[in-house]
Design a protein around this ligand. Structure first.
Ligand code: FAD
Length: 291
Protein backbone atom coordinates (compact mmCIF):
# COMPACT_ATOMS: atom_id res chain seq x y z
CA UNK A 1 0.00 0.00 0.00
CA UNK A 2 1.15 3.55 -0.66
CA UNK A 3 2.45 5.33 2.43
CA UNK A 4 0.62 8.56 1.53
CA UNK A 5 -2.64 6.54 1.65
CA UNK A 6 -1.73 5.03 5.05
CA UNK A 7 -0.90 8.50 6.41
CA UNK A 8 -4.38 9.71 5.44
CA UNK A 9 -5.87 7.09 7.76
CA UNK A 10 -3.56 6.76 10.71
CA UNK A 11 -0.26 7.55 12.38
CA UNK A 12 2.56 5.37 11.12
CA UNK A 13 5.08 3.32 13.06
CA UNK A 14 8.10 2.51 10.93
CA UNK A 15 11.64 1.19 11.23
CA UNK A 16 14.80 1.39 9.13
CA UNK A 17 17.08 -1.45 8.12
CA UNK A 18 20.26 -1.37 6.05
CA UNK A 19 21.77 -4.04 3.81
CA UNK A 20 24.69 -5.81 5.48
CA UNK A 21 28.12 -5.08 3.98
CA UNK A 22 28.74 -8.78 3.42
CA UNK A 23 26.13 -11.02 1.85
CA UNK A 24 25.68 -14.68 2.86
CA UNK A 25 25.05 -15.29 6.55
CA UNK A 26 24.56 -11.60 7.29
CA UNK A 27 21.59 -11.43 4.92
CA UNK A 28 20.04 -14.44 6.71
CA UNK A 29 20.58 -12.63 10.00
CA UNK A 30 18.83 -9.57 8.58
CA UNK A 31 15.89 -11.71 7.47
CA UNK A 32 15.63 -12.96 11.09
CA UNK A 33 15.62 -9.32 12.22
CA UNK A 34 12.84 -8.62 9.74
CA UNK A 35 10.79 -11.48 11.21
CA UNK A 36 11.32 -9.93 14.66
CA UNK A 37 10.25 -6.50 13.38
CA UNK A 38 7.16 -7.92 11.71
CA UNK A 39 5.87 -9.08 15.10
CA UNK A 40 5.77 -5.40 16.10
CA UNK A 41 3.29 -4.63 13.32
CA UNK A 42 5.03 -1.68 11.64
CA UNK A 43 3.24 0.24 8.90
CA UNK A 44 6.39 0.15 6.81
CA UNK A 45 10.11 -0.56 6.98
CA UNK A 46 12.62 1.48 5.02
CA UNK A 47 15.70 -0.06 3.42
CA UNK A 48 18.72 2.22 3.00
CA UNK A 49 20.84 2.37 -0.14
CA UNK A 50 24.52 3.39 0.02
CA UNK A 51 24.96 6.19 -2.51
CA UNK A 52 28.44 5.08 -3.42
CA UNK A 53 27.37 1.49 -3.93
CA UNK A 54 28.64 0.36 -0.53
CA UNK A 55 25.77 -0.86 1.63
CA UNK A 56 23.61 -1.06 -1.49
CA UNK A 57 24.09 -4.71 -2.27
CA UNK A 58 20.84 -6.60 -1.92
CA UNK A 59 18.79 -3.48 -1.03
CA UNK A 60 16.13 -4.19 -3.66
CA UNK A 61 15.97 -7.87 -2.68
CA UNK A 62 15.51 -6.90 0.97
CA UNK A 63 12.66 -4.58 -0.01
CA UNK A 64 11.17 -7.46 -2.02
CA UNK A 65 11.52 -9.80 0.93
CA UNK A 66 9.67 -7.32 3.16
CA UNK A 67 6.82 -7.29 0.65
CA UNK A 68 6.74 -11.11 0.60
CA UNK A 69 6.40 -11.34 4.37
CA UNK A 70 3.61 -8.75 4.38
CA UNK A 71 5.48 -5.61 5.47
CA UNK A 72 5.23 -2.50 3.31
CA UNK A 73 8.76 -1.59 2.12
CA UNK A 74 10.06 1.93 1.60
CA UNK A 75 13.08 1.54 -0.69
CA UNK A 76 15.65 4.33 -0.46
CA UNK A 77 16.93 5.36 -3.90
CA UNK A 78 19.97 7.63 -4.09
CA UNK A 79 20.83 9.68 -7.18
CA UNK A 80 24.45 10.13 -6.08
CA UNK A 81 26.82 9.02 -8.80
CA UNK A 82 24.18 6.93 -10.61
CA UNK A 83 23.47 7.27 -14.29
CA UNK A 84 19.89 7.52 -15.57
CA UNK A 85 20.26 3.96 -16.94
CA UNK A 86 21.19 2.66 -13.48
CA UNK A 87 18.23 4.46 -11.91
CA UNK A 88 15.94 2.99 -14.57
CA UNK A 89 17.25 -0.51 -13.89
CA UNK A 90 16.77 -0.14 -10.12
CA UNK A 91 13.28 1.37 -10.52
CA UNK A 92 12.19 -1.45 -12.84
CA UNK A 93 13.54 -4.02 -10.41
CA UNK A 94 11.66 -2.42 -7.50
CA UNK A 95 8.49 -2.34 -9.60
CA UNK A 96 8.86 -6.02 -10.51
CA UNK A 97 9.19 -6.84 -6.78
CA UNK A 98 5.93 -5.01 -6.04
CA UNK A 99 7.58 -2.08 -4.23
CA UNK A 100 5.24 0.92 -4.23
CA UNK A 101 7.15 3.41 -2.06
CA UNK A 102 10.57 5.00 -2.48
CA UNK A 103 12.52 7.57 -0.47
CA UNK A 104 14.25 9.73 -3.07
CA UNK A 105 17.64 11.02 -1.94
CA UNK A 106 20.77 12.56 -3.32
CA UNK A 107 22.78 10.44 -0.91
CA UNK A 108 25.84 11.09 1.16
CA UNK A 109 28.75 12.77 -0.61
CA UNK A 110 32.10 10.99 -0.52
CA UNK A 111 34.95 12.83 1.21
CA UNK A 112 36.68 13.32 -2.15
CA UNK A 113 33.57 14.93 -3.68
CA UNK A 114 33.74 16.69 -7.03
CA UNK A 115 30.88 18.24 -9.04
CA UNK A 116 31.22 15.32 -11.46
CA UNK A 117 30.05 12.95 -8.73
CA UNK A 118 26.37 13.92 -8.88
CA UNK A 119 26.31 15.19 -12.44
CA UNK A 120 23.05 13.48 -13.42
CA UNK A 121 21.14 13.93 -10.17
CA UNK A 122 22.69 16.80 -8.22
CA UNK A 123 19.75 16.89 -5.79
CA UNK A 124 17.00 14.65 -4.55
CA UNK A 125 14.48 16.77 -6.46
CA UNK A 126 16.26 15.93 -9.76
CA UNK A 127 15.93 12.24 -8.96
CA UNK A 128 12.26 12.68 -8.07
CA UNK A 129 11.55 14.39 -11.39
CA UNK A 130 13.27 11.53 -13.20
CA UNK A 131 11.57 8.60 -11.44
CA UNK A 132 8.12 10.17 -11.35
CA UNK A 133 7.31 8.19 -14.51
CA UNK A 134 7.35 4.95 -12.49
CA UNK A 135 4.40 6.04 -10.34
CA UNK A 136 5.96 5.31 -6.94
CA UNK A 137 4.67 7.03 -3.84
CA UNK A 138 7.74 9.20 -3.13
CA UNK A 139 9.08 10.43 0.18
CA UNK A 140 12.13 12.60 0.79
CA UNK A 141 14.50 13.53 3.62
CA UNK A 142 14.45 16.66 5.75
CA UNK A 143 16.62 18.04 8.53
CA UNK A 144 15.25 19.55 11.76
CA UNK A 145 18.47 21.49 12.36
CA UNK A 146 18.88 22.34 8.67
CA UNK A 147 21.06 20.37 6.23
CA UNK A 148 24.78 20.92 6.82
CA UNK A 149 25.23 22.26 3.28
CA UNK A 150 22.54 24.94 3.71
CA UNK A 151 23.58 28.32 5.04
CA UNK A 152 20.30 28.70 6.95
CA UNK A 153 17.29 26.60 7.84
CA UNK A 154 15.24 28.85 5.56
CA UNK A 155 17.44 28.06 2.53
CA UNK A 156 16.91 24.40 3.31
CA UNK A 157 13.13 24.87 3.61
CA UNK A 158 13.06 26.55 0.18
CA UNK A 159 14.58 23.33 -1.13
CA UNK A 160 11.99 21.25 0.72
CA UNK A 161 9.41 23.11 -1.34
CA UNK A 162 11.23 21.98 -4.50
CA UNK A 163 11.09 18.38 -3.27
CA UNK A 164 7.32 18.71 -2.78
CA UNK A 165 6.90 20.32 -6.22
CA UNK A 166 8.84 17.42 -7.76
CA UNK A 167 6.53 14.83 -6.18
CA UNK A 168 7.38 14.16 -2.52
CA UNK A 169 4.25 13.08 -0.64
CA UNK A 170 5.85 12.90 2.81
CA UNK A 171 9.12 13.64 4.57
CA UNK A 172 11.13 11.64 7.08
CA UNK A 173 13.48 13.65 9.25
CA UNK A 174 17.08 13.11 10.15
CA UNK A 175 17.40 11.98 13.77
CA UNK A 176 17.38 14.65 16.47
CA UNK A 177 17.61 14.61 20.25
CA UNK A 178 15.83 17.86 21.07
CA UNK A 179 12.22 17.80 19.91
CA UNK A 180 12.19 21.61 19.80
CA UNK A 181 14.09 21.40 16.48
CA UNK A 182 11.35 19.22 14.98
CA UNK A 183 8.61 21.62 16.10
CA UNK A 184 10.55 24.59 14.73
CA UNK A 185 11.01 22.85 11.37
CA UNK A 186 7.31 21.98 11.31
CA UNK A 187 6.24 25.57 12.05
CA UNK A 188 8.61 27.15 9.57
CA UNK A 189 7.90 24.59 6.84
CA UNK A 190 4.14 25.13 7.26
CA UNK A 191 4.64 28.91 7.13
CA UNK A 192 6.55 28.42 3.87
CA UNK A 193 3.69 26.37 2.42
CA UNK A 194 5.09 22.85 2.88
CA UNK A 195 1.99 20.96 3.91
CA UNK A 196 2.82 17.27 3.49
CA UNK A 197 3.30 15.00 6.56
CA UNK A 198 6.72 15.28 8.22
CA UNK A 199 7.48 12.03 10.04
CA UNK A 200 10.02 12.49 12.85
CA UNK A 201 12.99 10.11 12.91
CA UNK A 202 14.20 8.94 16.32
CA UNK A 203 17.36 6.95 16.91
CA UNK A 204 17.56 5.30 20.33
CA UNK A 205 20.94 5.41 22.00
CA UNK A 206 21.81 1.84 22.92
CA UNK A 207 25.52 1.99 23.69
CA UNK A 208 28.70 4.00 23.54
CA UNK A 209 29.47 2.82 19.99
CA UNK A 210 26.16 4.35 19.01
CA UNK A 211 27.24 7.80 20.26
CA UNK A 212 30.13 8.10 17.84
CA UNK A 213 27.76 7.12 15.04
CA UNK A 214 25.15 9.65 16.14
CA UNK A 215 27.74 12.43 16.22
CA UNK A 216 29.34 11.55 12.89
CA UNK A 217 26.09 10.89 11.05
CA UNK A 218 23.92 13.83 11.82
CA UNK A 219 25.76 16.52 13.73
CA UNK A 220 22.64 16.75 15.92
CA UNK A 221 22.68 19.00 18.93
CA UNK A 222 22.78 16.87 22.05
CA UNK A 223 20.77 18.52 24.86
CA UNK A 224 22.25 18.80 28.33
CA UNK A 225 19.95 16.06 29.76
CA UNK A 226 21.12 13.69 27.06
CA UNK A 227 24.80 14.56 27.50
CA UNK A 228 24.56 14.14 31.27
CA UNK A 229 22.99 10.73 30.80
CA UNK A 230 25.87 9.67 28.52
CA UNK A 231 28.55 10.93 30.92
CA UNK A 232 27.06 9.47 34.07
CA UNK A 233 26.04 6.10 32.67
CA UNK A 234 28.96 5.62 30.29
CA UNK A 235 30.62 3.15 32.70
CA UNK A 236 27.58 0.90 32.77
CA UNK A 237 26.43 -0.43 29.38
CA UNK A 238 23.16 -1.77 30.82
CA UNK A 239 22.25 1.49 32.57
CA UNK A 240 23.23 3.49 29.46
CA UNK A 241 21.08 1.31 27.22
CA UNK A 242 18.10 1.55 29.56
CA UNK A 243 18.45 5.33 29.83
CA UNK A 244 18.86 5.65 26.03
CA UNK A 245 15.73 3.63 25.33
CA UNK A 246 13.78 5.59 27.94
CA UNK A 247 14.95 8.86 26.37
CA UNK A 248 13.76 7.73 22.92
CA UNK A 249 10.41 6.67 24.39
CA UNK A 250 10.14 10.08 26.10
CA UNK A 251 10.85 11.83 22.78
CA UNK A 252 8.22 9.74 21.01
CA UNK A 253 5.60 10.32 23.72
CA UNK A 254 6.12 14.07 23.41
CA UNK A 255 6.03 13.99 19.60
CA UNK A 256 2.79 12.04 19.53
CA UNK A 257 1.20 14.17 22.26
CA UNK A 258 1.97 17.24 20.10
CA UNK A 259 0.45 15.75 16.97
CA UNK A 260 3.26 14.09 14.94
CA UNK A 261 1.89 11.99 12.05
CA UNK A 262 3.87 8.94 13.17
CA UNK A 263 7.39 7.97 14.13
CA UNK A 264 10.27 6.43 12.21
CA UNK A 265 12.67 4.54 14.47
CA UNK A 266 16.27 4.12 13.35
CA UNK A 267 16.74 0.63 14.73
CA UNK A 268 20.18 -0.11 13.19
CA UNK A 269 19.12 -3.65 12.19
CA UNK A 270 18.28 -4.51 15.82
CA UNK A 271 14.87 -6.10 16.37
CA UNK A 272 15.53 -6.07 20.12
CA UNK A 273 15.89 -2.27 20.12
CA UNK A 274 12.59 -1.90 18.27
CA UNK A 275 10.94 -4.39 20.64
CA UNK A 276 12.16 -2.45 23.69
CA UNK A 277 10.79 0.81 22.28
CA UNK A 278 7.44 -0.73 21.38
CA UNK A 279 7.09 -2.35 24.81
CA UNK A 280 7.61 1.09 26.44
CA UNK A 281 4.87 2.61 24.26
CA UNK A 282 2.35 -0.25 24.12
CA UNK A 283 -0.71 1.76 25.07
CA UNK A 284 0.25 4.84 23.08
CA UNK A 285 0.69 2.64 20.00
CA UNK A 286 -2.58 0.76 20.65
CA UNK A 287 -4.64 3.85 21.20
CA UNK A 288 -3.03 6.63 19.17
CA UNK A 289 -1.83 4.78 16.05
CA UNK A 290 -5.15 3.21 15.02
CA UNK A 291 -7.31 3.93 11.95
P1 FAD B 1 19.23 17.11 -1.25
O1 FAD B 1 17.76 17.22 -1.16
O2 FAD B 1 19.83 17.19 -2.58
O3 FAD B 1 19.83 18.19 -0.25
C1 FAD B 1 21.23 18.37 -0.08
C2 FAD B 1 21.53 19.88 0.04
O4 FAD B 1 21.18 20.53 -1.18
C3 FAD B 1 20.70 20.58 1.12
O5 FAD B 1 21.48 21.60 1.67
C4 FAD B 1 19.52 21.16 0.37
O6 FAD B 1 18.96 22.32 0.99
C5 FAD B 1 20.15 21.49 -0.99
N1 FAD B 1 19.19 21.34 -2.10
C6 FAD B 1 18.19 20.41 -2.20
N2 FAD B 1 17.54 20.56 -3.37
C7 FAD B 1 18.14 21.58 -4.02
C8 FAD B 1 17.93 22.18 -5.28
N3 FAD B 1 16.97 21.74 -6.11
N4 FAD B 1 18.76 23.22 -5.64
C9 FAD B 1 19.74 23.66 -4.82
N5 FAD B 1 19.97 23.12 -3.60
C10 FAD B 1 19.20 22.10 -3.21
N6 FAD B 1 22.15 8.58 2.47
C11 FAD B 1 22.49 7.51 1.71
O7 FAD B 1 23.55 7.52 1.07
N7 FAD B 1 21.65 6.42 1.63
C12 FAD B 1 20.46 6.37 2.28
O8 FAD B 1 19.74 5.36 2.19
C13 FAD B 1 20.08 7.49 3.09
N8 FAD B 1 18.89 7.52 3.75
C14 FAD B 1 18.51 8.64 4.44
C15 FAD B 1 17.24 8.69 5.04
C16 FAD B 1 16.83 9.82 5.75
C17 FAD B 1 15.46 9.85 6.38
C18 FAD B 1 17.71 10.93 5.87
C19 FAD B 1 17.29 12.14 6.65
C20 FAD B 1 18.96 10.91 5.27
C21 FAD B 1 19.38 9.77 4.54
N9 FAD B 1 20.62 9.71 3.90
C22 FAD B 1 20.97 8.60 3.15
C23 FAD B 1 21.57 10.82 4.03
C24 FAD B 1 21.39 11.84 2.89
O9 FAD B 1 21.66 11.23 1.67
C25 FAD B 1 22.35 13.00 3.14
O10 FAD B 1 21.88 13.77 4.21
C26 FAD B 1 22.67 13.87 1.93
O11 FAD B 1 23.70 14.77 2.33
C27 FAD B 1 21.51 14.71 1.42
O12 FAD B 1 20.53 13.97 0.83
P2 FAD B 1 19.16 14.67 0.37
O13 FAD B 1 18.40 13.68 -0.36
O14 FAD B 1 18.51 15.34 1.52
O15 FAD B 1 19.77 15.75 -0.63
Amino acid sequence: MRIDEILKKKRTLSFEVFPPKKGGGEIDKLFETIDGLKALNPDFISVTYGASGSNARGAAEIAGRLKTVGIEPLAHVTGGPSTPAEIDALSKKLKSLGVENVLALRGDKPSEYTAEYCKHFPHASDLESYIKKYGFCMGAACYPEGHVESATLYDDIENLKKKVDCGAAFFITQMFYDNAYYYRLLNEARRAGVNIPIIPGVMPLTGLKNIAKIKSMCGSTLPIEFRNMIEVYSGSPTALKEAGLNYAAYQINDLIAKGAPGVHVYTMNRADTATEIVSRLKNVLNEFFTD
